[in-house]
Design a protein around this ligand. Structure first.
Ligand code: CP
Length: 317
């Protein structure tokens, strides 16, 4: 079987294949009867060792709309709390003969460790600061559809100027987006205060900025990230007030981007810190609720494609 642990290393045709697969599910999800029985008889386990609203619910909805039995395991109410190890938890899930396991974990690499121990496809729902591949895919799908709906023809990612601003250091969303967008031909600028810019940024095909206004010049898409205060013990970062002054997306700041620039945020948002409500809630520019809608379709596509081989359907090569 094949897992989805990250977007690093995927070829452009593989990313575009997954985006194309999701389109049919966007259409289905807009119908009154949102059902397709392609995963009928399959069991999908969502094992979440960290909190989630969007990713957990959309994987659950995605599995159910495709006809699978979906079971959610929350670490907080599981035997993890009694000290059971990650490997023993993985072996336990495996013994229940799941057909797909979706995992979120606070440690980078934990999802790969589980994938090595189980017999079914594993989908990474966010591991530490490493990757959040379905978020990167749903963001790419959201962008592609937004530019196409505006009537722009051709391949929307080629030369697209995307600014990713915020807590890059702690962001698995940033890493997955960087991998997907640079592979698809976009020009990616990352912007963060020095304390929140990872050292390894030099190894990625992105342009780093500390000055948000400079990063915004001519940008087609502005993706804001949440300040992950829970992961910042002991690190120097600006106060929320200073942060908004330097890095908050306000109406005035957005005017520095290209005319008609789109605004994105993976959620959850710190309103009034990294993004102002009158930007986040402006339907002319904000794609934030569309991102959530695309999340369900994208996760349906990933569950379908990754379980194909187990269902005897030609798999994802
Ligand atoms: N974007 C995202 O992963 O949100 P959740 O943490 O709510 O799943």
């Amino acid at each position: 079987h094949r897992d989805l642990l990250g977007l690093a290393g995927l070829a452009p045709h593989e990313l575009l294949f997954l985006l194309d697969e999701a389109e049919q599910w966007v259409d289905l999800n807009r119908h009154a009867q949102k059902r397709a029985e392609v995963l009928s008889g399959l069991t999908i386990i969502n094992a979440f060792f960290e909190n989630s609203t969007r990713t957990l619910l959309s994987f659950e909805i995605a599995g159910k709309r495709l006809g699978a039995d979906v079971i959610n395991m929350h670490a907080a109410t599981s035997s993890v709390k009694k000290g059971e190890t990650l490997i023993d938890t993985a072996l336990t899930l495996n013994a229940m003969r799941a057909d797909g396991i979706v995992i979120r974990h606070a440690s980078s690499g934990a999802v790969r460790l589980i994938a090595e121990k189980v017999d079914c496809p594993v989908l990474n729902a966010g591991d530490g600061q490493h990757e959040h591949p379905t978020q990167g895919l749903l963001d790419a799908l959201t962008m592609r559809r937004a530019f196409r709906e505006r009537g722009e023809s051709g391949e929307p990612f080629c030369g697209l100027k995307v600014v990713i601003c915020g807590d890059i250091l702690h962001s698995r969303v940033a890493r997955s987006n960087i991998h997907a967008l640079t592979t698809l031909g976009a020009e990616v600028r990352v912007c963060a205060p020095p304390a929140l810019m990872p050292a390894e940024i030099e190894q990625l095909k992105v342009t780093p900025y500390h000055d948000f206004d400079a990063a915004l010049a001519g940008a087609d898409v502005v993706m804001m990230l949440r300040l992950q205060l829970e992961r910042m013990q002991g690190q120097f970062v600006p106060s929320p007030r200073e942060y908004r002054h330097l890095y908050g997306l306000t109406v005035d700041r957005l005017a520095k981007a290209a005319p008609g620039a789109f605004v994105m945020h993976p959620g959850p948002m710190n309103r009034g810190i990294e993004i102002d409500s009158n930007v986040a809630d402006d339907p002319r520019c904000s794609l934030i609720t569309t991102q959530v809608e695309m999340g369900v379709a994208m996760r349906m596509a990933c569950l379908d494609v990754l379980t194909r081989r187990g269902r005897g359907v030609e798999g994802w090569q």
